[in-house]
Design a protein around this ligand. Structure first.
Ligand SMILES: [Zn+2]
Length: 300
């Protein structure tokens, strides 16, 4: 059994925002089941979603038990108004706005809080990941609120500044974490933060013949190689690393994406058995799965 600790079920080749909104529940259910099939045929039965703005992951979570899948959803992510993240969730602008949005979010019973703290890796400019959009105080506040409500905090962050801030705020998992240094890795190790390095989005572009990012290839290669080096360092240092494919991203398929991620981990010199063990053990930590959830004898 495998686990993908970072997927976006709303991003896929079957539907988009428009067709989703225009379709009846039967059609939506069919689409979700179709995507689940891609996971099940590869023995991937535990998924954690990173959020969307159309409630697709909410429906997926409802359907999951009937497909024998454990599915954790933040429902939608929270991002800073005016910055990256609009297709992943809802904007907040300061703490009052967070409190209000968080209150509405809780009504949907999210499994974790997803915060988008920085932008994504800029393929045109090495080192650029956009702005770090919440202050340390704001981060601490949001993390505390979530933890008071029993929710782990999943944070999208790239770059030293953003990841450093997420570490200081005491989040549970850091997603992507491209372009960071040893200091941030030590921080994660010390605080027991799980790192999900999502190698597939960049690695799959490099592995393909795809011409879309021809001009950006050099930057992508450099950033990817840095990530592989950091992965090696992280494991030496004792960071808990989990596997998440970012399925739904460009060239990262549902189901196949996790197997790509495993291959990228192999490129970092890891053995298959160790990767699969990390995938389950650290993934379970990322999802805060209880023993009874993961024990197949008890799964309904
Ligand atoms: Zn993501």
């Amino acid at each position: 059994m495998l686990m993908d600790a970072h997927v976006h079920i709303a991003l896929n080749g079957l539907f988009n925002r428009r067709s989703w909104k225009a379709s009846p529940i039967e059609r939506k259910t069919q689409w979700i089941r179709e995507i689940f099939k891609q996971y099940k045929m590869r023995n991937i039965s535990i998924l954690r979603d990173g959020g969307d703005g159309i409630f697709a992951s909410r429906l997926a979570r409802e359907i999951a038990p009937s497909e024998g899948i454990i599915y954790k959803s933040p429902i939608y992510a929270l991002y800073r108004k005016g910055f990256y993240g609009s297709f992943l969730g809802k904007p907040v602008d300061g703490l009052d706005s967070f409190k209000e949005e968080f209150k509405s979010l809780l009504e949907y019973r999210p499994d974790h809080l997803k915060i988008v703290l920085t932008g994504i890796v800029n393929f045109e400019k090495y080192g650029d990941v956009g702005a770090t959009t919440f202050t340390l105080d704001e981060m601490k506040y949001m993390v505390e609120w979530a933890k008071d409500c029993g929710l782990p905090v999943m944070v999208h962050a790239n770059g030293r500044e953003g990841v450093g801030r997420a570490v200081k705020a005491g989040v549970n998992t850091i997603e992507h974490g491209y372009l960071i240094s040893e200091a941030e890795l030590y921080g994660m190790a010390e605080r027991g933060i799980v790192w999900v390095p999502t190698l597939a989005p960049l690695g799959n572009i490099l592995a393909s013949e795809d011409g879309r990012f021809e001009k950006e290839r050099e930057v992508i290669q450099r950033v990817y190689e840095g990530q592989v080096e950091n992965l090696k360092k992280a494991l030496e240092i004792g960071v808990k690393v989990a596997l998440g494919s970012d399925a739904g991203a460009y060239l990262v398929g549902h189901g196949s994406g996790l197997l790509d991620e495993v291959e990228h981990f192999e490129r970092a010199g890891l053995k298959r058995g160790d990767i699969e063990r990390m995938c389950l053990e650290n993934g379970a930590k990322a999802l805060q799965l209880k023993d009874f959830e993961i024990n197949p004898g008890i799964i309904r």
